[in-house]
Ligand binder design. Structure first.
Ligand code: FES
Length: 154
């Protein structure tokens, strides 16, 4: 069930939409910021708030890869694996993350600090390979540089 604060925040965030269902992604991201991820219970809460079916909300949630339908770590690192990043060595960056933090794509570190997920092109191909952590995009990432970057996210 939505808390009063969550309900107020959702009302405020969606008030400019003529039909609040148009704000489904906003609603998902807002509740995710509060709860860490979108559980089935959260999905039901949003569906009730938006007068939508759970299936319709879930189809938006699963289509949009910044919505997490499983628990994630305190920080989420998206690893671009599209063509430019692949050519420019994203695999070496991924290997360094695996060696140093014991995490691979689709996994979370044992201390819950970092989840690594794949993503298609981040739109920074001219600075490939690129990664994104908690919404911050980094380009020209090397194996050495990626450790330095990740250390900023405790
Ligand atoms: S291919 Fe990686 S940012 Fe475009």
């Amino acid at each position: 069930m939505l808390s009063d604060t969550e309900r107020d925040e959702l009302e405020e965030a969606l008030k400019h939409y003529p039909d609040k269902r148009a704000g489904t992604i906003d609603a998902l991201l807002l509740l995710q910021r509060r709860r860490g991820w979108i559980s089935d219970d959260s999905l039901v809460d949003i569906a009730q708030f938006l007068d939508m079916t759970c299936e319709d909300v879930d189809s938006v949630a699963t289509f949009y890869n910044l919505v997490f339908r499983r628990p994630v770590g305190r920080h989420v690192l998206f690893m671009c694996d599209s063509i430019s990043c692949w050519i420019m060595g994203c695999e070496r960056v991924r290997e360094r993350l695996h060696d140093h933090y014991g995490v691979d794509v689709g996994q979370t570190t044992s201390d819950g600090r970092l989840t690594m997920l794949p993503i298609a092109c981040l739109g920074h191909c001219e600075r490939a390979p690129a990664i994104m952590i908690d919404g911050d995009v980094y380009g020209n990432v090397t194996p050495d540089k990626v450790e330095e970057i990740v250390e900023k996210y405790r």
